[in-house]
Write a protein that binds this ligand. Structure first.
Ligand code: AP5
Ligand code: MG
Length: 218
């Protein structure tokens, strides 16, 4: 199965992806994580991407499409994919279709996690991420057992540079303008499935899991 998970910043894409990859043996490809790793490693691409990310803007298509294309061309991409944060525009969705066709792969479903803006702002300003393993926590809804320490690997937790209130608002604006039109693209292809992301983490996952089980047995 090749799945896309989409939704506004803070909807819980990464949180749900962690669970989905375990239960359905999917390879998690998050363009946001790829960029953050490149920033950490100080590569040229990372420096370029950071200029956009810090402002809450989308990284230009020529960078992001190239990265995804390279990643999908590796042999481990044949076993089942979970694309998180890509595509984010109709143009990226069209570019993905082309790449998938070249690789003789196809998208089976697009899961959209939907949450209202007030809740998204509240989640992102309280999010903490592990510097070491990337696990997600939330000071309000999903706190670590020990303050600032990852439950899984004891790594240090940090607050993402783009999780300040002004940047979050810009990211939401960009989502509404540039990503929402993509829904119609996938609706027309009969691939779109929306889930209420305002429920508790396990309830959101129960809905996604039931949908994927059905899809798998089709
Ligand atoms: P990216 O890293 O993809 O960020 P995003 O889309 O803004 O989404 P987030 O990662 O912030 O949120 P999430 O939905 O994963 O939520 P999470 O599970 O962490 O992209 C970052 C930047 O990279 C972009 O702005 C852009 O610049 C660039 N970029 C990336 N892809 C690109 C592309 N394709 N094209 C161009 N540029 C691109 O959850 C959030 C918090 O809420 C956590 O604390 C979590 O614990 C908590 N939480 C989760 N679910 C629940 C729940 N149900 N109830 C309560 N709390 C919850
Ligand atoms: Mg994420």
């Amino acid at each position: 199965m090749n799945i896309i998970i989409m939704g506004p910043p803070g909807a819980g894409k990464g949180t749900q992806a962690e669970k989905m990859t375990k239960d359905f043996a999917l390879l998690h490809i998050s363009t946001g994580d790829i960029f953050r790793n490149a920033v950490k490693e100080g590569t040229e691409m990372g420096k370029k991407a950071k200029e956009y990310m810090d402002k809450g803007l989308l990284v230009p298509d020529e960078i992001v499409v190239g990265i995804v294309k390279e990643r999908l061309s590796r042999p481990d991409s044949k076993e089942g994919l979970l694309l998180d944060g890509f595509p984010r525009t109709v143009e990226q969705a069209e570019a993905l279709d082309k790449v998938m066709q070249e690789l003789e792969l196809k998208i089976n479903a697009v899961i959209s996690v939907d949450v209202n803006e007030e809740e998204l702002i509240s989640r992102l300003t309280a999010r903490r991420v592990c510097r070491n393993c990337g696990a997600n926590f939330n000071l309000k809804y999903n706190p670590p057992k020990v303050r600032n320490i990852c439950d899984h690997c004891s790594g240090e937790l940090y607050h993402r540079d783009d999780d300040t209130i002004d940047t979050v608002k810009e990211r939401l604006d960009i989502y509404n303008k540039q990503t929402l039109p993509m829904i119609e693209y996938y609706r027309q292809k009969n691939l779109y499935f929306s889930v209420d992301g305002a429920q508790q983490i396990n309830q959101v996952y129960a809905a996604i899991k039931a949908y994927l089980e059905k899809l798998k047995n089709k």
